[in-house]
Design a protein around this ligand. Structure first.
Ligand code: FMN
Length: 198
């Protein structure tokens, strides 16, 4: 496996040609595609296989309306237009599931339960990693993404995850982007600006 690599077309789909989208074509995203998305992203690695990400997919006008007051003004119109808006949350009590997810080391559950700061850091680190896998899995399935952190996370947590230990992390519009809505691609750092080899 490890001596294989994606061809240029695959790299373009995931990275070099993929853009963050703000305008959306009127093309629906099926429930089965959302299931395919989760079935792909779930294989990305997390520490102790803790898998803290929890995802709510908003499709209905009612669900979108409920979200809207919590959005920064600049994120409202595009969220209304997107076929799906995903709320990615982190389960603060992810460790309750370690006996299932990490069965060969049952002591991990008690370790995280006794160390809430470590649990919170682990949830944020790994939930955000899973958010990255989510974006790349969506692109691999031909979808476009519009991730957003411009919202009130406390409000979204209360509004959508009440009665659970899940906390909103970021939002991601999903669908088929309208390239006419794109602004020119912003630059990225060159290797020497961001990396060192010691
Ligand atoms: C976690 C995250 C949060 C973001 N939040 C917002 C946001 O609230 N509003 C917005 O318009 N764009 C938001 N963006 C979009 C970024 O500005 C965009 O992905 C970045 O400029 C790269 O654009 P490109 O993928 O087209 O190269 C966010 C992106 C990420 C990954």
């Amino acid at each position: 496996m490890s001596d294989k690599s994606l061809n240029a077309e695959g790299k373009a789909l995931l990275f070099t040609e993929a853009r963050t989208h703000n305008a959306w074509r009127k093309k629906e995203v099926s429930d089965s595609l959302l299931r395919d998305l989760h079935d792909l992203m779930k294989w990305g690695p997390t520490s102790a296989n803790c898998c803290p990400a929890r995802i709510l997919f908003l499709r209905s006008a009612d669900a979108k309306e409920k979200l809207e007051p919590f959005l920064m003004e600049g994120n409202r119109e595009k969220t209304r237009a997107a076929p799906i808006t995903a709320i990615l949350g982190n389960d603060a009590h992810f460790y309750q599931h370690l006996p299932k997810l990490f069965p060969h080391n049952a002591a991990m559950r008690e370790m995280f339960a006794a160390m809430p700061d470590l649990a919170a850091e682990t949830a944020m680190r790994n939930g955000s990693l899973q958010g990255g896998y989510f974006i790349l899995a969506a692109r691999a399935l031909g979808l476009d993404c519009g991730p957003m952190s411009g919202f009130d996370p406390e409000g979204v947590t209360k509004g959508f995850f009440s009665g659970t230990e899940t906390r909103a992390n970021f939002l991601c519009n999903l669908g088929y982007g309208d390239a006419d809505g794109l602004t020119p691609r912003s630059p990225r750092f060159a290797f020497d600006e961001a990396c060192r080899i010691l």
